[in-house]
Design a protein around this ligand. Structure first.
Ligand SMILES: C[S@@+](CC[C@H](N)C(=O)[O-])C[C@H]1O[C@@H](n2cnc3c(N)ncnc32)[C@H](O)[C@@H]1O
Length: 209
C-alpha cells in the first residue's frame, strides 16, 4: 500500500537547506564506530541523506552509495557537491528499490520527522530492501529531547518551525525494530553551545536483517 508522506515536512527541510550553514560536512563519529564493527558490503543507502555527509563517509568505506531524501533541495545539493552518488527524491514511505538490494541502510536522524505509522512503514521497507544479513544503522530523537521545543507534535525551534516530530521512548524504538535481529542500542546527549539548559537527545541503533 502506498502511503504519502506528510506534505509540510519536506518544505520545512527545503527551507532549512537554503541556508549555507545547514550544510554539515563531518560525519557523526557514532556512525564511524558502527561502520568499523560491521562487515564491508557493496551497496549502501543513505536514507534521509540531508547534505550528504554520510554518503561521503559510506563512499570512503568502499560502498556504492544511493542517497535519498524527501527534500528536493537536499538532493540538488548532493548532486552538485558529491560526485558518484546515485540520488532519489522520496515521495512516499514506499522506497523505490528492489528487494534485498542493499548491504547497509543508514537512516541518521530521520525517522522521527514522520508520523509513527509512516516510520513503521519506512522501517518495513528498509527491511525489504536489505539483503539477508544486511545491516540497518541509525539514530532517532529520544523523548528526553528539549532542543526541538516539541509541543503537540510540532517543532518549536525557529529553524524548523512548522515541521512535525515524533519523539521516541526506548520501548517504542524496540517496537519499531522488532523484526530485526542482533539489535543494539546506544544513546547520545549534548547541550548546544551557550544553551546549557537544553538537551539534544538521540537513541543510536544498529540492527541486522
Ligand atoms: C536531521 S536531517 C539528517 C540528515 C542526515 N541524515 C545527516 O545525518 O546529516 C533529517 C533529514 O531527513 C529527511 N527526511 C525525513 N523524513 C524523511 C523521509 N520519510 N524520507 C526521506 N527523507 C526524509 C529530511 O528531509 C532531512 O534531510
Amino acid at each position: 500500500m502506498t502511503q504519502n508522506l506528510n506534505k509540510s515536512n519536506p518544505e520545512v527541510w527545503d527551507n532549512h537547506y537554503q541556508r549555507e550553514k545547514s550544510r554539515l560536512i563531518f560525519p557523526d563519529e557514532n556512525l564511524v564506530r558502527i561502520l568499523s564493527r560491521i562487515p564491508q558490503g557493496e551497496f549502501a543507502l543513505d536514507h534521509g541523506a540531508g547534505s550528504g555527509r554520510h554518503s561521503v563517509l559510506l563512499k570512503s568505506c568502499g560502498f556504492q552509495v544511493t542517497a535519498c531524501d524527501y527534500s528536493a533541495k537536499s538532493i540538488e545539493s548532493i548532486q552538485r557537491m558529491i560526485p558518484g552518488v546515485e540520488t532519489d527524491i522520496i515521495r512516499s514511505s514506499n522506497l523505490p528499490y528492489e528487494n534485498e538490494k542493499f548491504d547497509l541502510v543508514v537512516s541518521w536522524g530521520v525517522l522521527h520527522y514522520n508520523t509513527i505509522d509512516d516510520a513503521h512503514c519506512i522501517v518495513r521497507e528498509i527491511k525489504r530492501i536489505l539483503k539477508a544479513g544486511g545491516y540497518f544503522a541509525g539514530t532517532i530523537r529520544s523523548s528526553s529531547d528539549s532542543h526541538l521545543q516539541t509541543k503537540d507534535g510540532l517543532i518549536g525551534l525557529t529553524d524548523l518551525s512548522g515541521g512535525s516530530v515524533r519523539l521516541y521512548t526506548l520501548e517504542e524504538l524496540k517496537e519499531l525494530l522488532k523484526d530485526f535481529t542482533n539489535v543494539e542500542f546506544g544513546y547520545m546527549e549534548r547541550c548546544p553551545i551557550g544553551k546549557l539548559e537544553e538537551r539534544i537527545c538521540h537513541w543510536i541503533f544498529q540492527a541486522k536483517n
